[in-house]
Design a binder for this molecule. Structure first.
Ligand SMILES: [Zn+2]
Length: 223
């Protein structure tokens, strides 16, 4: 299984190198990279990355406000308290998605390395949460066509980057103006509860409702 996926990725990579016609064809079949969802609806998309901090106040907001967040989790960050995230998925409206195993810049890895990171995380998250992730957030937002090919071989339907990062990284956090279809990036850090409040307030001020990514990607024809 592992070897065949690497072979598929290697062959696809080869076809990318075979000139313009082959390249265009191969690109047509690659999963899209999405930083903003083209939609006519007044919706915004909340995504939360990594999973190291398991803050009770942040969980309470996600559950009470019924935020349909996509959680891009590292298996190592969830393994010591899987229940924190299971609750968000089962009692709330969160979905668990792929963020690789070790958070590398995927563009720097060979085909086998990409496979181990993306397929490996998908398999570990499936074992822990019972569902194979369909979306991938490439660490650092680092993507190229080889990363998209590797993701496709692991069953990824779309690579999701972001429009605005609402994470408090120190100093005064930014509060960008949100527009319909924007993708909000947050992280499981100790400031998540405050960051979530700020992002939810910004959405409300702009007349936008948090919505689930997958159905809107399909409705927008992105998938
Ligand atoms: Zn990350």
């Amino acid at each position: 299984m592992w070897r065949s996926r690497v072979l598929v990725a290697a062959l696809a990579s080869l076809s990318l190198a075979l000139g313009a016609a082959g390249s265009a064809q191969a690109k047509a079949g690659l999963p899209p990279v999405v930083s903003h969802v083209p939609t006519g609806e007044r919706v915004v998309f909340f995504t939360i990355d990594d999973g190291w901090s398991h803050d009770a106040a942040a969980a309470r907001i996600l559950l009470e406000e019924r935020v349909p967040a996509a959680l891009f989790l590292l298996p190592g960050a969830t393994s010591y308290d899987t229940g924190y995230f299971t609750r968000l998925a089962e009692e709330g409206r969160a979905t668990v998605e792929n963020h690789t195993v070790n958070h590398p810049d995927l563009t720097t890895l060979d085909a086998a390395g990409k496979d181990a990171e993306v397929c490996g995380a998908g398999e570990q998250l499936r074992a822990a949460f019972g569902r194979t992730p369909k979306l991938l957030r490439p660490p650092y937002g680092a993507v190229n066509d080889d990363v998209r090919l590797a993701a496709k071989a692991c069953g990824v339907k779309a690579l999701i980057t972001w429009t605005h990062d609402f994470t408090t990284w120190g100093g005064t956090p930014l509060t960008p103006r949100l527009e319909a279809g924007d993708i909000v990036l947050l992280h499981f850090t100790p400031t998540l509860a405050a960051d979530l409040r700020r992002a939810l307030d910004a959405a409300r001020a702009a007349g936008l409702k948090p919505a689930a990514l997958m159905p809107h990607l399909k409705a927008a024809g992105v998938l």
